[in-house]
Design a binder for this molecule. Structure first.
Ligand SMILES: Cc1cc2nc3c(=O)[nH]c(=O)nc-3n(C[C@H](O)[C@H](O)[C@H](O)COP(=O)(O)O)c2cc1C
Length: 451
């Protein structure tokens, strides 16, 4: 397979693993997520497997229900800065909210991470779907879905201008002339929009990648439009091959309609692989984890996605009709649709639904041997459903080790994954070019066709 068609793999790392009961297994340390050496070990395993990147989710609120699952999390850009020093090639993607940050501070943080890591930073741009976050920032409720995405677009526009406010080469460091920087190549951004007024320039010179890799992870109509405009990689939850194909074709078509190259937007559905040396062993791991699910936690999480009180849900009945009758939620729209569709399609009781969501909160779970995992990966890629996968081990570190030691070699043998890193930066791993600076692009004399 030519290099530009190789698959991309992102290791989505989360506390003791993605399964909500992973922390209760004998092998797990419930406090691991506060220990930097735990994350260093995970990042090095992923780097050994030549993953394109590691990724941390985030939100500015205590997620979940601290009584039932390790809930606290270190701030991702801080943690990834430590991981930058402990690794040399793997990309480092942090989630940050456009609803509860300001572009100047955040653009600076990502430019800094890109410098510190030698060009390995990526930003998962999210709008944050929970009211709990809003209530930490002086609001009673989350702003409406459409408003959050409008703000996200503005936030990203401002950030791009801030990253580009220093042209490449603006730093001269000319000691003899006493000129540190060519200030004709450092620009004010002078942005004024609905949400932000920012003068600029940024106080960090342009970073190795020019900008961090821009990643997006919300698959509603507004989320897809946003991704089509800005994203260079897209994380998405898809339960079935058919849904994933529909999403893939739809997003690539939107990208094309905006005049962008669809190959420059990599789509990575989530995959939660329970791996065993036999299928029975993989299923036994899945069953062991399912046994440890705490129904009260599952109910609370489900109620949050559905935006109804948990008391309306009965464990041994289907979802109440009201959830199918209502218009779109204002929180996580695509997740709401996925969960209700899953329950309807497979005719699940609430208890069964909680079991199915326990593995990856709606991401596709798959139990099998390394060969079966490799087969399903190749099948989806060949069927036009994915440019790669967001690998979400149910248990860490063992699930990541199993994938790296046993699935990655099969993918390499089949010629669909790299055997070693050929690039240095995260953009090079994903085959996404370093972007042209918006200030130099706008200058007519700089354009060859005009000169
Ligand atoms: C792989 C993946 C990771 C995500 N990580 C985060 C996250 O860290 N923080 C967050 O607020 N939302 C996260 N989301 C959720 C989405 O960004 C988004 O909030 C949600 O899907 C609602 O978007 P929608 O209404 O466009 O569907 C993630 C989604 C996916 C698919």
């Amino acid at each position: 397979m030519p290099a530009e068609r190789l698959l991309h793999f992102n290791a989505f790392l989360m506390s003791c693993g993605h399964h909500e009961a992973a922390w209760r297994l004998p092998e797990s340390d419930p406090s691991a997520s506060l220990d930097v050496s735990y994350w260093t070990n995970l990042a090095r395993i992923a780097e050994r497997g030549t993953f394109d990147s590691v990724f941390l989710a985030d939100g500015p609120a205590l997620w979940g229900h601290a009584r039932f699952r390790p809930g606290g999390a270190l701030e991702p850009t801080v943690l990834l800065t430590a991981l930058a020093g402990a690794t040399s090639r793997i990309g480092l993607i942090a989630t940050a909210s456009t609803s509860y940050n300001h572009p100047y501070n955040l653009a600076r943080r990502f430019a800094s991470l890109d410098h510190v890591s030698g060009g390995r930073a990526g930003w998962n741009i999210v709008t944050t779907a929970t009211a709990a976050a809003a209530q930490n920032f002086g609001l009673d409720d989350n702003p409406a879905h459409a408003e959050r995405y409008r703000r996200a677009a503005e936030f990203t526009d401002v950030s791009i201008r801030l990253w580009d406010s220093w042209e490449d080469g603006a730093e001269l460091g000319d000691k003899a002339a006493g000129v540190y920087a060519d200030d004709s190549r450092i620009h004010e951004v002078d942005y004024q929009g609905e949400f932000f007024k920012v003068r600029g320039p940024l106080n960090v010179p342009r970073s190795p990648q020019g900008r961090p890799l821009l990643v997006q992870a919300g698959s509603s109509h507004d989320g897809r439009e946003f991704a089509a405009r800005y994203a260079e990689a897209v994380f998405t939850a898809q339960q079935t091959l058919g849904d994933a194909q529909e999403f893939y074709a739809d997003l690539k078509a939107r990208v094309r309609r905006l005049g962008r190259d669809p190959d420059q937007v990599k789509i990575l559905p989530g995959l939660v692989p329970a791996i065993g040396s036999t299928e029975a062993e993989a299923r036994a791991l899945e069953a062991e984890l399912e046994e440890l699910i705490i129904p009260e936690y599952g109910l609370a999480q489900l109620a949050k996605v559905l935006e109804i009180p948990a008391e309306r849900l009965e464990l041994d009945r289907g979802l109440p009709e009201e959830v199918y009758a209502r218009p779109l939620v204002e929180g996580a729209q695509s997740r709401f649709e996925l969960v209700t569709e899953l329950a309807r399609r497979d005719n699940l009781t609430v208890r069964q639904l909680i079991g199915r969501l326990g593995g990856g909160r709606g991401h596709r779970t798959f139990a099998g041997t390394p060969e079966q995992v490799a087969d399903t990966i190749v099948e989806w890629a060949e069927a036009g459903a994915a440019d790669g996968f967001n690998v979400m081990p149910p248990v860490l570190p063992s699930g990541l080790e199993a994938f790296t030691e046993h699935v990655v070699p099969l993918l390499r043998q089949r010629g669909v994954f790299r055997t070693e890193y050929t690039g240095r930066t995260l953009r090079e791993h994903y085959g996404i070019p370093r972007p042209e600076n918006v200030f130099t692009a706008a200058r007519p004399a700089a354009r060859a066709d005009v000169a």
